[in-house]
Design a binder for this molecule. Structure first.
Ligand code: SAM
Length: 270
């Protein structure tokens, strides 16, 4: 065991060692550029909406940091858009896949292995920082301190994270849902195989969101996604995903209680 890692980080590392082993096939599949190239913008899907937003940003030759980059999907896509990308992850096994994909696609990306809570970048290095599905794996206060340190003043911080208000989360974990509903719906929501959920990850709560936005100016862009989708129904069923997004829009004032995902961008105040 690496004694410099916390227990949580070590468990993430162990989980992702196996996860990377199970995903070696990624290396022989074509890389998906569709989110950059397809004119449709899938208004009901947070990931497509994140790129709809990123495509409006001036990324050419900008220093961009991808926090907890996993297999490098966003690092590659942002590099393709002309950004100078630095990306890091705790997992050397995930990074190995990310590096191999970047080499195969002819992209130069500075990949490094480090924990989000203890970055090695120098102060005020980045114009953009992207955090997708990573904040719920880390110590948010320490990570935000680091993001604040390595970002340039007024750098744009883009976040796309799973979220659940603590009250909604209590409902999710009540006996009826936990013991009866969820086991029956799990396969439908996540498909066959074991869902990609680590033991130590925790959905962002409204308190975590408050901590995350502490060093930020007013959001330039903020959207809620996934009310029933990803909780009771899979988001791959397009009709339901659209209906779900429309429902959340109609219930807009209650979004922070109901949503299962947040997507926002805001400038970092220094
Ligand atoms: C759900 S994946 C998201 C990966 C990528 N952002 C994406 O959306 O495809 C979570 C990633 O966080 C990494 N991770 C977990 N804890 C971390 C930490 N403390 N510091 C850096 N990366 C961490 C894992 O190795 C994993 O690659």
């Amino acid at each position: 065991m690496n004694t410099e890692l916390t227990e949580r980080q070590q468990r993430e590392l162990d989980y992702h060692r196996e996860h990377a082993k199970e995903h070696q096939r990624i290396l022989s599949a074509p890389f998906a550029w569709d989110v950059l190239n397809k004119p449709e913008r899938r208004w009901w899907n947070a990931y497509w909406q994140m790129y709809a937003y990123l495509l409006t940003c001036d990324l050419k030759d900008k220093q961009v940091l991808v926090v907890g980059c996993g297999f490098g999907d966003d690092a590659l896509r942002l590099s393709k858009l002309g950004a100078k990308v630095s990306a890091f992850d705790l997992s050397p096994d995930s990074l190995q896949i990310a590096k191999a994909l970047a080499t195969r696609e002819g992209l130069t990306i500075d990949f490094q292995e480090m924990p989000a809570e203890r970055m090695r970048y120098t102060d005020s290095s980045f114009d953009y920082v992207l955090a997708r599905d990573i904040l719920h794996h880390v110590d948010i206060a320490l990570t935000m301190k680091e993001i604040h340190r390595v970002a340039k003043p007024d750098a744009l911080f883009i976040v796309n994270e799973i979220y659940s208000h603590s009250i909604t989360d209590k409902i999710r974990h009540c006996a009826l849902v936990e013991k009866i509903l969820y086991p029956r719906l799990r396969k439908l929501i996540y498909g066959p195989g074991k869902p990609y959920i680590t033991e130590v990850e925790r959905k962002l709560s409204e308190m975590d969101l408050k901590e995350t936005t502490k060093p930020l100016r007013e959001p330039e862009f903020f959207k809620h996604f996934n009310f029933i989708a990803t909780r009771l129904l899979p988001d791959r069923l397009e009709f339901f995903a659209k209906l779900d997004r429309l429902l959340l829009r109609a219930l807009y004032p209650m979004g922070s209680w109901l949503a299962g995902r947040v997507l926002f961008s805001a400038r970092i105040q220094k």
